[in-house]
Write a protein that binds this ligand. Structure first.
Ligand code: CMC
Length: 391
């Protein structure tokens, strides 16, 4: 039948029922499986939150120990993946590399998962969860010309990841506990956000019964863009540019307000949060703490503070309910923690992975239909073919 409604960007369309993440954009509430993000960020850790999101309940001690042990068993990737990585130029952006390598994993686990088998589902989930940090660290090491290595399975998730990234051939990297704690918190804050662009991409790709790894690879590509996960890199580049330009941010605020200028304030605004982004509030405090703990005086943080204070008082931003979002401060912390700028969005991908997995799993277990939006056709009406000579 004919379609009469259109909802560009799905601003008012629910694509599914979901029991994973609750988000109230007016009140600034975010909960994973009923637990507030504030409480999880304070009391839990990323692996536990991942389990909660994916399987629906906080793990018991035994369940958590088993999950961790199973992850450890899957933390190697096929050696041939290194050959694929070798084919990329050093200048390749790690998000492109990560998406490609994740897709390449399908070649080494070609059997399609029987979603009615809890064992097969669990196996696929643990595989991708264990291997993505390895691929992410390799994407970075390739760019740096460092040898590719595996981590140390006796370490926790974040510490192990940092070691995989930063160990040098003759020097073992010893991360500061402040850095580990801050990164763990950031991963928790990014772990799910209901039907955002990349998660919807994972669900739509998976709804055709494409496999988990292929669907996650599609999600990584969607996350890369500047309006979504790529905003964290874009924010720090914007703040750096303002610094180079003498620190005057008023000009940039004016540019963002100018409707003839495509420039937007990166890290401002959100599709759903219209009051504040609860994640941004937690991250802002964490950024201040981390910089103080590490004794870093970052002029970029002063610019961020000043810019957000002025923008929040400005009628343009006020009337449109534009507030700093999660990405406004995350880049400042990542930089203070020594994460290289092109890896910022990769950190987001690692954080979002459990959310993607949980949403894919829920979609498949609920036997959702294939995602296939309709359209309103606005092209030419039927016309006769014109021969080349007569065009
Ligand atoms: N700077 C200046 N104006 C803006 C901005 C901004 N950052 N964001 C929105 N606006 C204006 C927009 O021009 C529009 O104005 P008008 O009504 O006069 O046409 C109004 O605010 C509503 O914006 P919209 O584009 O209709 O809102 P949206 O829900 O489609 O877009 C957004 C949401 C996040 C893509 C957008 O706010 C944006 O581009 N922000 C900058 C990029 C960014 O920080 N992204 C990270 C989002 S949070 C984490 C994540 O999802 O990855």
């Amino acid at each position: 039948g004919g379609v009469t409604t259109i909802d560009a960007g799905f601003k008012n369309t629910s694509s599914c029922e979901s029991a994973i993440t609750f988000l109230d954009g007016e009140k600034g509430i975010l909960r994973y499986r009923g637990y507030s993000i504030e409480e999880l960020a304070k009391k839990s850790n990323f692996v536990e939150v991942s389990y909660l999101l994916i399987f629906g309940a906080l793990p018991t001690c035994d369940e958590l120990a088993k999950f961790k042990a199973d992850i450890r068993k899957q933390s190697l990737v096929d050696e041939d993946i290194k050959k694929i990585l070798d084919g990329f130029p050093k200048s390749a952006h790690p998000m492109g590399v990560l998406s490609a390598l994740t897709s390449a994993l399908t070649a080494f686990s070609p059997k399609s998962v029987d979603v009615d088998s809890p064992e097969e589902m669990y196996d696929a989930i643990v595989k991708i969860y264990a291997k993505l940090p390895v691929l992410a660290s390799w994407a970075y090491r390739k760019e740096e010309g460092l040898p590719l290595e595996y981590g140390d399975n006796s370490l926790g998730y974040v510490e192990n990841f940092l070691k995989m990234m930063f160990d040098l051939p003759n020097e073992v990297y010893k991360p500061n506990p402040v850095i580990i704690k801050a990164l763990d918190k950031l991963l928790i804050l990014h772990a799910d956000h209901e039907q955002n662009c990349s998660t919807s991409t994972v669900r739509i790709a998976g709804s055709s019964h494409a496999g988990l790894f292929a669907s996650i690879s599609a999600g990584i590509s969607a996350l890369w863009g500047r309006l979504h996960g790529g905003a964290n890199q874009a924010v720090i580049e914007m703040l750096e540019e303002i610094k180079e330009d003498g620190g005057g941010y008023e000009k940039y605020i004016a540019k963002a307000k100018d409707k003839n200028d495509p420039f937007r304030l990166m890290g401002f605004g959100h599709r759903v949060y219209k009051n504040f982004d609860p994640r941004a509030n937690i991250i802002k405090v964490a950024a201040e703490e981390v910089l103080a703990d590490l004794g870093i005086d970052d002029p970029v943080l002063d610019i961020a503070r000043g810019l957000s204070t002025v923008a929040l008082e400005d009628e343009y931003f006020k009337s449109r309910n534009l507030y700093p979002n999660v990405d406004f401060y995350s880049g400042i912390i990542y930089r203070a923690l020594g994460i290289p700028i092109p890896m910022f969005t990769v950190m987001f991908a690692l954080g979002r992975l459990p959310g993607w997995i949980a949403q894919w799993r829920e979609m498949r277990l609920r036997k959702e239909p294939i995602g296939r939006p309709r359209q309103l056709y606005i092209g030419a009406t039927g016309r006769p073919f014109i021969e080349k000579e007569e065009r």
